[in-house]
Design a binder for this molecule. Structure first.
Ligand SMILES: NC(=O)C1=CN([C@@H]2O[C@H](COP(=O)(O)OP(=O)(O)OC[C@H]3O[C@@H](n4cnc5c(N)ncnc54)[C@H](O)[C@@H]3O)[C@@H](O)[C@H]2O)C=CC1
Ligand SMILES: O=C(O)C1=N[C@H](C(=O)O)C[C@H](O)C1
Length: 266
């Protein structure tokens, strides 16, 4: 049995995963972190039956009071790194779902995981269809050296670019550095209108009502263009299966891995 603790277990994504873990044959849901539900029973909140799944409001109290193997981080960017580093320092394995962490954050997380001989699996998007978008985009980037990324989300998403876009930029940059067009001093007007540069890839973030979550990688060659786009629906269901797979696989290596495909067969 893998003992799982979910930081953000009462949230939109975390509550769906909590139910998935609770119903899993080889996992035990032993606790959750939630700022607003301290001292309550997660099983009652999620209608899971007559068991007690305690909720804490800080990672320190959770680590002092609960024994677990894997921390799933599904809170908010402002607290995620603290939760992750605290758990790693106690030798816990960590699955990261929370977006907003930077490349420097990941370097620090990787170092702390290595120092404590444990493992972290960070997944910008747990949905299988997004994993496929990442793979198809990597294939395209191998042949087309001109690409940019657009991320579209609901208006109240607090971090930009999305975790999905950050991970995609990181991955495409490993395939090749894209060519730059009209940048720096050559550009007349607003430099920021060309988006932000992540790992040498231009990323544009749209935040608008009526939008859920979409990601698009755009490629161009003379007289031809290619768009690879993914659109999420409104529920958090697509992230559950991938989340469960990540919990199962995070103990199979040491250090940091990024992307769900890193533990899948392709
Ligand atoms: N990697 C992936 O596939 C996915 C990633 N996400 C990311 O997961 C994160 C959470 O998203 P949602 O579930 O929509 O958020 P949410 O707002 O619905 O839930 C956040 C949860 O974290 C808890 N929380 C927030 N701040 C806290 C603090 N300071 N201390 C203790 N608990 C705290 C809340 O009580 C709640 O349980 C976001 O960064 C989002 O982008 C969301 C869905 C899929
Ligand atoms: O609702 C969100 O916020 C989500 N964020 C993740 C991201 O930043 O990429 C992914 C997910 O699609 C939902």
């Amino acid at each position: 049995m893998i003992k799982v603790f979910i930081a953000g277990g009462t949230g939109w994504a975390g509550s769906s995963l909590s139910k998935g873990v609770f119903n899993s044959q080889n996992m035990e849901l032993v606790g959750a972190l939630s700022r607003n539900h301290k001292g309550q029973n997660l099983a009652e909140i999620l209608d899971l039956g007559s068991v007690n799944i305690p909720i804490y409001d800080t990672i320190e109290t959770a680590l002092n009071n609960t024994d677990f193997d894997v921390l799933v981080e599904y809170t908010k960017p402002n607290i995620a790194k603290t939760n992750i580093l605290s758990a790693l320092k106690k030798g816990k394995k960590v699955v990261i779902g929370t977006s907003g962490l930077t490349e420097n954050d990941y370097l620090e997380i990787e170092n702390v995981a290595n120092e404590n001989n444990t493992s972290v699996l960070a997944v910008g998007n747990f949905a299988l269809t997004v994993v496929l978008l990442q793979k198809f985009s990597e294939m395209a980037a191998k042949y087309i050296p001109n690409f940019e990324i657009i991320d579209y989300t609901h208006e109240d998403k607090i971090d930009a670019p999305s975790g999905t876009a950050r991970e995609l930029a990181y991955r495409l940059s490993k395939v090749q550095t894209p060519n730059k067009f009209v940048t720096g001093d050559a550009l007349i007007g607003e430099v920021s209108s060309r988006g932000t540069n992540l790992n040498e890839v231009q990323v544009h973030s749209i935040r608008l009502p009526g939008h859920v979550i979409s990601i698009e990688s755009i490629f161009g060659l003379k007289d031809e263009k290619l768009s690879i786009r993914h659109d999420s629906g409104a529920s958090a269901e697509p992230y559950v299966k991938g989340g469960l797979l990540a919990i199962e696989k995070v103990g199979t290596f040491k250090g940091l891995k990024r992307g769900l495909d890193s533990v899948m067969d392709f």
